[in-house]
Write a protein that binds this ligand. Structure first.
Ligand code: B12
Ligand code: SF4
Length: 655
């Protein structure tokens, strides 16, 4: 049977999406004809300039915003329609879309267009978005979706298609949800594949290989799951248990790709933990050493994610290197023994130091992942991490400082036990995986960002390569994230200032322009309030009962009075006292015009001070400066949108 497979945005652009290639391999193995459409890379290639940086992974969250995604599709309509027509032209009766966190809305946009083109096509969704099962009903309730495959699709999807071929309808199978008689039916729990040696090779034929940004690299996954259960990690929830391919099976797949793609001399292992079974990894290395000794032209560099364990002996590491293992990335996370324990990491510091030293000594690029602000991390713990880096700097070729510091990942132990870790409780609608803070307020996003920066600065000063992020600039992304954090924390001025700083480096970033535009009414109201308050403060010097008037006006506003009725009540107040009440009433009333905002005016040291949420309002000059920068940016954005085709950078006079 014919099947079309589609990768919607957003996925990264470095190499072909392995999940889709894996499904393609499985379908071909069962004799189906497969057509692949990596719309992620195709749309990335021809995206409008204002969406240029949207493929940076710290910005994936924009793809979870319905309004943003529909605008993106509307603005790329001609392109999308062309691809949808090509999908329809394959005549494939079944079309599978690979969905991840960040691509579910785009998947629906594409599915709707396919169904509108031909409603007989069966649309099946699969991918990591459905590993937990909680998103199934929502997605399946969309009329454009016919079925959802939960969990690993290697066996269930080919079986679904086989039955469709026989019976003409989609049947419920373990892991597969379908629609029937107006309801949703589950075929039962998904089955995790126990024997990975049985899984067919991933298939990259049909992917536009010339478009991926790394021309040398091919992905492979030789195991699923992890042997540990670190508190912050969601690996266990994604992949049950730890399953791995034998050395021979890994060898066979690497060799297969090596022969098919001679220019692609690097294999990237997407295993979360490639050394969960050191013997299998070692066996693969020995086979690969024999192969490249016999045929040096086949030499392939490769890279793995690994855990620190004593079985990574100098002998194993030397063999890995001989087999051309270039890089090993170890999850170190912290140099504090106390914190490593709290994280449930399965190693102790001395073993880490030894394994790192031996890895480097074997000639392997030795990389350490570090994270910041794990709940309970004190300045002393962090100092131990810095000390660990100093002490072991000669063992590190590179460090990856986690750009999300400590993220509360869905289904991680940490996310599910926030209270036990002293994370401040917030209503579910305010929950944010990045912007959480500790009960005592000592561990916040800015604090974590600060530690991240100090860590990177130390690494750089020690001559260690400090990784700079994927597809973009981490500094830029942090400004955007900091802006969102301030927005989240109810500090709109700081948010606006960060957005503006962000735009200085990424002038065309459409979502940021829109965030700023959303802030404008609030800024205008605040500007009016601040002006009125400045006048009130000038008068306050001459009015002894200023504070009492302030309280009186505040009470009246709280009771719902407007400027006119407040002034009517103040008739008996004369001259400056009356004027003071007038300006205070104006300030209050313009603030009241901001729905959903919290603010207060307090009397401090003989004058009135305006607070907007927790943020002290900036002075009038700062406000003007902000406004003029904002206007300039918005004007440029509008000009840019009008200019359409001509997308040359605007003159450099941004500020
Ligand atoms: C490559 C990768 C990345 C890349 C690219 C990801 C991207 N979104 O562009 C980068 C570096 C950008 C990245 C970033 C992040 N990642 Co990541 N990443 C991976 C990694 C290593 C490989 C993915 C892969 O190719 N797997 C192998 C293939 C074979 O599996 P698969 O895609 O799931 O395919 C199977 C099924 O899903 C299904 N299937 C897939 N497609 C289809 C289609 C159909 C039609 C059907 C029927 C079935 C089906 O069948 C396939 C075979 O069984 C995984 C770890 C892992 N081994 O999975 C983590 C992983 C996906 N990442 C993870 C995390 C936590 C992150 C980050 C949040 C990290 C961070 N703190 O910043 C970010 C967030 C990015 C995001 N919003 O998605 C988590 C969970 C992700 C999540 N969505 O919650 C994972 C599982 C690692 C872990 N901790 O367990 N990641
Ligand atoms: S070792 Fe890595 S993949 Fe395994 S549980 Fe810990 S953080 Fe997750």
């Amino acid at each position: 049977m014919k099947a079309a497979l589609v990768q919607p945005p957003v996925w990264w652009t470095v190499d072909p999406p392995l999940g889709l290639a894996q499904i393609a391999g499985c379908l071909k193995h069962h004799g189906h004809e497969v057509f692949v459409f990596d719309l992620n890379i195709l749309l990335w290639k021809d995206r409008l300039k204002k969406y240029e940086s949207l493929w940076g992974w710290e910005q994936f969250h924009f793809w979870n915003q319905p309004e943003f995604v529909s605008r993106f599709f509307a603005e790329h309509e001609a392109l999308v329609s062309r691809y949808v027509e090509s999908i329809l032209r394959t005549d494939a009766p079944v079309i599978g879309l690979s969905v991840h966190n960040g691509s579910h809305l785009a998947a629906l946009e594409i599915a709707r267009r396919i169904k509108a083109g031909d409603k007989r096509r069966k649309i099946v969704l699969g991918g990591q978005y459905f590993f937990f099962g909680d998103k199934v009903k929502e997605m399946l309730s969309e009329s454009c979706v016919d079925a959802v495959v939960c969990g690993e699709g290697d066996e269930s999807f080919p079986e679904l298609i086989r039955r469709l071929d026989c019976s003409g309808s989609i049947e419920p199978l373990p892991g597969v949800w379908i629609k029937r008689a107006g309801g949703l039916i589950s075929g039962g729990e998904p089955i995790a594949i126990r024997n990975l040696d049985r899984v067919p090779f991933a298939d990259f034929t049909g992917f536009p290989m010339e478009l991926y940004t790394d021309p040398e690299r091919l992905p492979i996954a030789a195991s699923r799951g992890c042997v540990w259960q670190c508190r912050f990690c969601s690996a266990r929830a994604f992949w049950s248990g730890y399953r791995y391919m034998g050395g021979e099976r890994i060898f066979a797949e690497v060799l297969h790709h090596r022969k098919l793609y001679p220019p692609r001399g690097h294999v990237e292992f997407y295993d979360i933990t490639a050394n969960g079974d050191v013997k299998a990894l070692h066996r693969f290395s020995r086979l690969w050493i024999d192969e490249v000794t016999a045929r040096p032209a086949r030499a392939t560099g490769w890279k793995i994610n690994a855990i620190i364990r004593p079985e990574m002996t100098p002998e194993v590491l030397r063999d890995l290197r001989k087999a051309n293992c270039h890089d090993i990335i170890y999850g170190i996370e912290s140099g504090s023994p106390r914190l490593l324990k709290a994280m449930n990491k399965g190693f102790v510091v001395p073993v880490a130091e030894e394994v790192l030293r031996n890895t480097r000594a074997a000639g392997i690029v030795t990389v350490g992942n570090f994270m910041f602000g794990f709940p309970g991390e004190t300045e002393e713990d962090f100092a131990q991490t810095l000390e660990f880096l100093r002490r072991n700097h000669a063992s590190f070729s590179r460090v990856y400082a986690s750009a999300t510091f400590t993220s509360l990942e869905e289904k991680s132990y940490l996310k599910d036990h926030q209270k036990d870790f002293g994370i401040k409780e917030v209503p579910p609608e305010r929950f944010h995986n990045l912007y959480w803070e500790s009960d005592d307020g000592a561990n916040t996003y800015p604090v974590r960002l600060e530690r991240y920066k100090r860590f990177r600065a130390l690494a750089i000063s020690l001559g260690i390569d400090a990784y700079k992020g994927v597809n973009g600039s981490l500094e830029q992304d942090h400004l955007a994230n900091l802006a969102q954090y301030h927005h989240y924390a109810g500090k709109p001025f700081s948010a606006v200032a960060n957005y503006l700083d962000y735009l200085d480096g990424d002038l065309y970033h459409d979502p940021t322009h829109r965030h700023l535009a959303e802030q404008r009414p609030a800024l205008d109201a605040l500007l009016r309030a601040q002006k009125a308050l400045t006048k009130a403060n000038l008068l306050a010097e001459a009015v002894p009962e200023a504070e009492a008037i302030g309280r009186d006006v505040e009470r009246q506003v709280r009771d719902g009075a407007g400027v006119a009725s407040i002034l009517a009540e103040c008739k008996d107040r004369k001259g400056e006292a009356f004027e003071l009440a007038r300006f205070l009433a104006r300030a209050w009333c313009s603030l009241k015009s901001l729905p959903g905002q919290s603010f207060r005016i307090s009397w401090e040291g003989g004058s009135f001070v305006l607070y907007w949420s927790q943020e002290k309002a900036p002075g009038i000059a700062d406000l003007r400066a902000l406004r003029s920068r904002m206007d300039l940016h918005l004007r440029l954005a509008e000009v840019e949108i009008r200019r359409g085709e001509d997308r040359k950078p605007a003159p450099a006079c941004v500020r």
